[in-house]
Design a binder for this molecule. Structure first.
Ligand SMILES: C[S@@+](CC[C@H](N)C(=O)[O-])C[C@H]1O[C@@H](n2cnc3c(N)ncnc32)[C@H](O)[C@@H]1O
Length: 291
């Protein structure tokens, strides 16, 4: 019996996204083979008569317990590497965006019609709770670094393309029967599915160092996330900033990890820690290490 991935090393996954989310994982897509090695797997079978077959072990569902812009889940779903996606998000406005995107087919039309002038953007941003889903998209696309807590860019329209956003929303709506969005706590969701071997998780909690300046919901019990993943029965991948607290937890749990270079919104190159549930396979990226 041989287990291998549906992607070869170096293959890339087409990223599917609508936000420019701070801490978003678009940058992982050119090197996505590690994710497909984890999530898109097969068993090769050899029958007694000499014939052969293949069972695809696509996980029943992928949980993104810290959803944000959900780039990884949406991209894997879009390419049929998972069957269902469960998004959990604690920020009520971001959760509202996902609920609306999944359930309201007219949302895309409204986005397409929006004239992205400073006056219109300021009017939307002044009332976050009048239409939180619309606010989230406009604020994200028009503010510096996509930061929902930050100020608007000088040229508010430079990252707005109504047609493109509407097309992404229509696609999300067409996939909605395979996506569930829960407004709630990601750690609770992880605990709920910890004993299910068919559940996979992509875990991307708020950064330890920069989380406070980027997210309204930034306080997380990092040790509790490590504890639940140490007992998680299914496949998982987790991404974190390389903070001393995280390095200590990584060492304690002896997770397999690699350091991935990424460019911040300010153009600085930083290393992020990408950890995962299963040991490195022979033909995989040799950079994965065990603590
Ligand atoms: C690093 S971002 C996720 C980015 C996402 N992976 C992407 O590609 O766009 C972390 C997200 O977790 C959310 N969050 C923070 N605490 C949470 C909690 N306890 N449960 C669920 N979501 C939480 C934040 O609001 C933020 O949207």
């Amino acid at each position: 019996m041989d287990t291998y991935a549906s992607f070869e090393r170096g293959d890339s996954l087409r990223p599917f996204h609508i936000f420019r989310y701070p801490g978003g994982k678009r940058w992982l897509s050119p090197d996505i083979s590690f994710l497909s090695f984890t999530f898109g797997r097969y068993i090769n079978l050899t029958y007694a008569d000499g014939g052969s077959g293949r069972i695809h072990l696509t996980p029943t569902f992928l949980l993104e317990p810290f959803a944000g812009g959900a780039v990884v889940g949406l991209s894997l779903l879009d390419q049929n590497l998972i069957e269902h996606l469960v998004l959990v998000e604690k920020d009520p406005r971001v959760a509202s965006f996902w609920r609306t995107a999944l359930s309201d087919s007219r949302f895309a039309d409204r986005v397409e019609r929006f004239r992205c002038t400073r006056k219109n953007v300021e009017a939307v941003c002044a009332n976050p709770d009048r239409d939180p889903a619309f606010w989230t998209l406009v604020k994200n696309r028009c503010s510096v670094g996509g930061n929902l807590k930050g100020g608007l860019m000088r040229d508010v329209s430079c990252r707005w393309n109504g047609k493109v956003h509407a097309a992404a929303l229509r696609k999300i709506c067409s996939l909605s029967f395979r996506i569930q969005c829960i407004e709630g706590d990601g750690i609770d969701a992880l605990r709920k599915h910890a004993d299910d071997p068919s559940a996979a998780a992509f875990v991307d909690p708020p950064y330890v160092a920069a989380g406070k300046s980027l997210y309204n919901q930034w306080q997380v019990d990092h040790a509790a996330i490590f504890d639940v993943l140490a007992k998680w029965k299914g496949l998982w991948v987790m991404s974190y900033d390389s903070a001393p607290e995280i390095r200590r937890l990584l060492k304690k749990h002896r997770f397999v990890y690699r350091e991935a270079p990424m460019r911040t919104n300010k153009g600085k190159v930083k290393k992020e820690l990408i950890m995962r549930s299963i040991p490195v396979l022979r033909h995989e990226n040799p950079k994965w290490k065990k603590t």
